[in-house]
Design a binder for this molecule. Sequence first.
Ligand SMILES: [Zn+2]
Length: 50
Amino acid sequence: MTVTYQCANCNYRFEMGSDRRTLVCPYCNKKTLKTLSRGPSFTDKLIEEA
Ligand SMILES: [Zn+2]
């Protein structure tokens, strides 16, 4: 299963497996990640509808 995470510090967004041992942003190395969605392309769909 893939989960989309977004960093609240730098807005870097990436997908990662739900095995979240290290919730650290790979871009800025801060622990400010939040979960956006589970499953593929949930946020992309919202953007298309807007
Ligand atoms: Zn970051």
